[in-house]
Write a protein that binds this ligand. Structure first.
Ligand code: AMP
Length: 400
């Protein structure tokens, strides 16, 4: 069911409560080291201000687990918003996210003014989806806008609870996520290629199984490679192995075969004696990895095989790096895949990059602009691709 977006309703002059994902990385001095998530919300914030609305922004930051942790205050975000939203008449920081004083600040808010509430997760009622807490948040506004895609797979007070008390719609960013991920799930143009990497099978079992029934080709990279290879009786040396997921790897390969899905595994490897920048690395030009060696990246033959497959794709979904890309000398596989996805996109393919480390790789290559859609939610985008109903999306108003 399609959901109502902020563009589908009349918000003129109404007080808006917007759930953002301002869970930004901070350094030891509480300086924001990457403001991508704040910038991602600007389009919707500016749209709200242009409609002469006062806006109350709320978010979580880190995992304070229901207690006030000053180091996880959203104050640095308020400071950055002052720089990034020059059209706001005022940007104010609330001392908390609920309570008398906050209610008064919200009540006095004028059009084109921004009030940022303090970290929602300073209260355990947020993750507990407590209805009184949700009601209190909702009571400050007339419309609710969901713009925090990274949290819509969780049923919290600010993702689900509030929607029982206010007209709840998607912001531009969440709408874009729904459109692209939804299309990848339901209307993918073929050939549909899924690239799955990252550390472990265990975090991605559901998406592996679900995509094994829907895509044309599934490309396997990252640490999960070695459990797949082990399940086929191939030597993996000291590479990452999830002993208890050998059965899962077999099931995924069987599901792929039963659905005529091509499942691609590496043919050669880059290995190292340890996973560290000063490791001694080797190219292993064959399938079996010698004893003592750790698989850290895909080899050149594999890169070529994967790139060739990506070239012909019309829809590409990518989640997880091909190797330990944080270490430059083990990053080649991931970077070549990123380049291939960008090139295919340039030739008309739709590319959806799942959150997390594949996004970091794309950023590292400065290829962000070359992809169709970069998801802002790692866990949420995975659950979406699994075909699950995300509670924070399901709770938004249906478009009839
Ligand atoms: P994920 O969060 O599951 O997408 O995993 C991302 C992490 O997987 C990154 O930190 C990578 O360094 C790691 N990774 C990728 N390839 C390997 C590998 N061959 N061995 C160990 N870790 C890996």
């Amino acid at each position: 069911m399609a959901k109502l977006s902020i563009a589908n309703i009349d918000i003129k002059g109404k007080k808006v409560l917007m759930r953002c994902d301002f869970n930004v990385p901070l350094d030891g001095n509480r300086n924001i080291t990457d403001d991508t998530r704040i910038k991602a919300a600007l389009k919707t914030i500016n749209y709200i201000l242009d409609n002469d609305c006062p806006v109350i922004l709320c978010s979580h930051l880190g995992r304070p687990k229901g207690t006030v942790k000053p180091e996880l205050s959203l104050k640095p975000v308020a400071e950055r918003l002052k720089e990034l939203v020059p059209s706001a008449l005022k940007v104010m920081m609330a001392p908390d996210c609920v309570g008398e004083e906050v209610r008064e600040m919200a009540g006095a808010l004028k059009p084109k003014e921004i009030l940022l509430l303090e970290n929602l997760r300073f209260h355990s009622e947020e993750t507990g989806n407590d209805d009184n807490f949700a009601k209190e948040l909702a009571s400050m506004a007339e419309v609710f806008v969901q713009e925090a895609f990274g949290t819509v797979h969780r049923a919290h007070a600010s993702t689900v609870g509030v929607t029982s008390h206010l007209t709840a719609v998607a912001g531009f960013l969440v709408q874009k996520e729904i459109d692209y991920l939804g299309d990848a799930v339901n209307n993918a143009r073929k050939p549909f290629v899924a690239i799955l990497g990252g550390a472990k099978i265990s975090g991605k079992i559901e998406v592996l199984k679900s995509l094994a029934g829907r895509v044309d080709t599934m490309i396997i990279g990252g640490g999960m490679i070695y459990t797949f290879l082990k399940s086929k009786g191939i030597s993996i040396g000291n590479s990452l192995l999830e002993e208890d997921k050998i059965g899962t790897a077999k099931e995924v390969m069987e599901a792929a075969a039963a659905n005529n899905v091509k499942l691609l595994l590496p043919e050669d490897h880059i290995t190292a004696d340890k996973v560290a920048p000063d490791a001694e690395s080797r190219e292993i030009p064959e399938l079996n990895i010698p004893e003592g060696q750790i698989g850290v990246d895909i080899g050149p033959k594999t890169i070529k095989k994967y790139v060739d497959e990506i070239k012909s794709a019309k829809t590409i979904v990518w989640n997880g790096p091909m190797g330990v890309f944080e270490i430059d000398k083990f990053a080649k596989g991931t970077l070549e895949i990123a380049k291939a996805v960008a090139e295919a996109t340039g030739k008309g393919a739709v590319s959806v990059i799942g959150g997390g480390d594949s996004v970091a790789a794309v950023n590292k290559m400065k290829l962000n602009d070359k992809m169709t859609h970069i998801s802002t939610g790692g866990g949420a985008s995975l659950e979406f691709l699994e075909g699950k109903d995300l509670p924070g999306i399901a709770a938004l108003k249906d478009r009839v």
